[in-house]
Design a protein around this ligand. Structure first.
Ligand code: 5GP
Ligand code: ZN
Length: 114
């Protein structure tokens, strides 16, 4: 996807503060953090929204959560906790159409979210 911001971050064409990378995922600092830790975890493969996931993507979608938890633990949030968030389309506030898991930590969060 030539015009996708997060594909370009995954490829290294657009710079970001990367905190984790492997063959299938990239995690980097959110440019406009809403908590002391605010990392975005993305699959390298372009998937626009959660609506585009299929049964074939179960391992990829599960891996997204596994990487989010791994990065959370590496950053020292295992004990105090953290929040993993996936936004889909307008009502949830999705603004970048390449699926991304928000890893947020370092403060307490309200429930339900606003
Ligand atoms: P969404 O609202 O789609 O769930 O989340 C998109 C997130 O991407 C936002 O938290 C926003 O701050 C972040 N973001 C948007 N553009 C950039 C960028 O160019 N670089 C980085 N690192 N994060 C971005
Ligand atoms: Zn993309």
């Amino acid at each position: 996807m030539g015009e996708c911001l997060f594909c370009k971050i995954a490829e290294g064409v657009i710079p970001a503060e990367h905190v984790y990378e492997d063959a299938d995922y990239v995690a980097f600092e959110d440019i406009n953090p809403k908590s002391p830790t605010h990392v975005l975890v993305i699959p390298r493969r372009h998937i626009a929204t959660l609506n585009d996931l299929t049964a074939e993507d179960r391992a990829l979608a599960g891996g997204l959560i596994e990487v989010g938890a791994k990065v959370a633990k590496r950053l020292g949030h295992e004990e105090n906790g953290y929040r993993l968030v996936l936004n889909c389309n307008a009502d949830a506030g999705q603004t970048v159409f390449h699926i991304h898991l928000h890893l947020m930590a370092g403060r307490t969060f309200a429930w339900p979210p606003g």
